[in-house]
Design a protein around this ligand. Structure first.
Ligand SMILES: Cc1cc2nc3c(=O)[nH]c(=O)nc-3n(C[C@H](O)[C@H](O)[C@H](O)COP(=O)(O)O)c2cc1C
Length: 180
């Protein structure tokens, strides 16, 4: 798939077919996503693939802060990815001191870049994704047993799309680009 076409054609998918997603497919996606840039190439992003329906259902029902759309998106999908980041790597020196005045900002930045790369690689394989930001981090950590010293930066339901939504309207380039 041509790069610009892939970037513009990816949509958030919230309805999926019953077709299972395999560990091998997710390995293929992570193999691409690992080339996303990270702070000083610290590669602090980790992915958890949840195939277990019991765990997915618990996250959908107990850990999305009552946001029904997210309950449905997770319940609809055959697999759920947790995008996690290791603390104190992005934006920090080896001695633990902050490299900039922006603290943990770069940790989320790395997670965002990796998440987009992940979703684009999935799209290229005909798989749909949606990045979810509305969830109770502590609850998801408890349910999924996320390691100490890691943050959960996003949840991503993934599967074969059962919908093909129009792109939500974008602002015009002139509204986005400032030229000095
Ligand atoms: C950081 C972030 C958090 C998001 N959180 C949610 C969410 O909790 N639930 C949801 O349904 N969509 C969520 N989205 C998806 C956006 O609503 C979606 O990307 C936007 O409407 C544009 O649509 P598109 O992805 O199809 O281009 C999130 C997207 C991002 C980047």
């Amino acid at each position: 798939m041509e790069l610009k076409e892939g970037i513009k054609g990816r949509r958030s998918i919230r309805k999926f077919t019953d077709e299972p997603v395999t560990k091998e497919q997710i390995e293929e996606i992570v193999e691409v996503a690992r080339y996303a840039p990270t702070w000083k190439n610290c590669q602090s992003v980790r992915y958890t693939l949840i195939l277990d329906k019991g765990i997915r259902d618990r996250i959908a029902n107990e850990a999305v802060m009552g946001f029904e759309w997210n309950t449905k998106s997770i319940m609809n999908a055959p697999a759920l990815i947790l995008v996690c980041t290791v603390d104190k790597r992005s934006g920090y020196e080896r001695d633990g001191s902050e490299s900039t005045s922006k603290g943990e900002h770069w940790q989320s930045y790395d997670a965002g870049l990796a998440s987009e790369a992940f979703c684009l690689a999935a799209h290229d394989m005909g798989l749909g994704t949606v990045i979810l930001g509305i969830y109770d981090e502590a609850k998801v950590k408890e349910i999924a047993g996320v390691a100490e010293g890691e943050k959960i930066s996003a949840l991503i339901p993934i599967g074969r799309p059962a919908e093909s939504p129009e792109a939500p309207k974008r602002k015009e380039v002139a509204d986005l680009l400032r030229v000095l």
